[in-house]
Design a protein around this ligand. Structure first.
Ligand code: GDD
Ligand code: MG
Length: 344
């Protein structure tokens, strides 16, 4: 089996974090996001993976290379201008000669893909779509199904008065190769607005697989932070992310407290009296004396000044927070700089 990850969106809703870092490789618990999807595919025995890129493709290729380091074989396609979700699938056609798994490149999940494939085969489906229940379906593609799991309707981003249910498209599909023939070459085309409605119209064997476990689209700052904390909390299959550790300095009688769930890159420096709980610190961060970091994510090179508090926030790469500042429920873009005593 082969897989395609759709990773060409601009990530506009995740700004400012995606101004210098494309969404597919934003760090989640200090690992580029796509590695979680690669792990998911590997768990199902799928190692032949194509990444469909468009926005900042160089950065992504540079980070993941040919995939050998991660135990997979990666191919890349690059759309000079975005072809839409199904257009990207068509463009990757030369790498998809078998049954293929297609993933949106921004969903974090503990789904068992092998089970999805088994159901797809059992139903002899042409297409299988994974569904998840959510609270606000208007942000997603709403899918209606028959009792036997067959898809009956698909409506992308319905208005409140058009919502017909709360099970939505999780952005994970299993597709037989002939589905490629329904997509035109070299022109923008959408799974959500065009291909799925076409499958229904043609009466293709289009089935749903409902997943009740962990699933999250990381595409907004609030959800990005949520995803990071969920990994720390072990909500994703108990999977713990990257290596932890730091140079911790102890002052006279001043205890530095770092809880067990936090993930701290070993290159960080933590000064006496600092407290870190339920947080992620990327490479080369500096936390000064008596600063407190709670429920937050600091990207590489951030510096948090003496006695400052950072809570429930994200600090982008090389962000600087002066001393005695309070940063709560905030998203700071790369290289933000806050002077002493600032309240955000
Ligand atoms: N290569 C390529 N080219 N990738 C694209 C393009 C494109 O033109 N447009 C979007 N993508 C990628 C994005 O990078 C992302 O990984 C994925 O396709 C989905 O795009 P989003 O922009 O994040 O869509 P969404 O979150 O609003 O809605 C989609 O995902 C929901 C689940 O999170 C839809 O598939 C919904 O139906 C679904 O419910
Ligand atoms: Mg999305």
């Amino acid at each position: 089996m082969q897989a395609l990850i759709l990773a060409g969106g601009k990530g506009t809703r995740l700004r400012p974090l995606t101004i210098h870092t494309p969404k597919p490789i934003v760090p989640i618990a200090n690992r580029p996001f796509l590695l979680y999807q690669i792990d998911l595919l590997k768990q199902a025995g799928i190692t032949d993976i194509t990444l469909a890129l468009s926005y900042q493709p160089g950065r992504i290729e540079e980070m993941l290379g040919n995939g050998q380091e991660f135990g997979v074989r990666l191919h890349y396609t690059v759309e000079p201008s975005p072809l839409g979700t199904a257009g990207a699938y068509k463009k990757a056609g030369e790498h998809l000669s078998e049954t293929a798994i297609v993933l949106n490149g921004d969903t974090l999940t503990a789904l068992d893909l092998a089970d999805v494939v088994a159901c797809h085969r059992e139903k002899k489906a042409a297409a299988t779509i994974v569904l998840v229940p959510v609270e606000d379906p208007t942000l997603y593609g709403v899918v209606e199904t028959e009792q036997n799991g067959r898809v009956r309707g698909f409506r992308e981003k319905p208005k409140h008065d058009e919502v017909s249910g709360n099970t939505i498209n999780a952005g994970i599909y299993v597709l037989e190769p002939h589905i490629l023939d329904l997509v035109p070459d070299d022109e923008p085309f959408s799974f959500e607005y065009q291909l799925f409605p076409a499958l229904l119209e043609r009466n293709e064997a289009f089935y749903a697989y409902v997943w009740h476990g962990y699933w999250l689209d990381i595409g907004t700052p609030a959800r990005y932070l949520q995803a990071s904390l969920d990994v720390l909390d072990g909500r994703l299959n108990g999977l713990r992310a990257a290596q932890s550790g730091a140079q911790v300095f102890r002052g006279d009688g001043e205890l530095t407290r770092i809880d067990e769930v936090s993930i701290i890159d070993p290159s960080c420096t933590i000064r006496p009296g600092a407290e870190i709980s339920r947080s992620v610190l990327g490479p080369n961060c500096l936390v000064e004396e008596r600063a407190r970091i709670e429920g937050s994510v600091l990207w590489g090179g951030s510096r948090i000044g003496h006695s400052s508090l950072v809570r429930n926030s994200v600090v982008g790469r090389s962000g600087i927070v002066g001393r005695n500042a309070v940063v709560e429920n905030a998203i700071l873009g790369d290289k933000s700089s806050l002077s002493d005593y600032t309240l955000v």
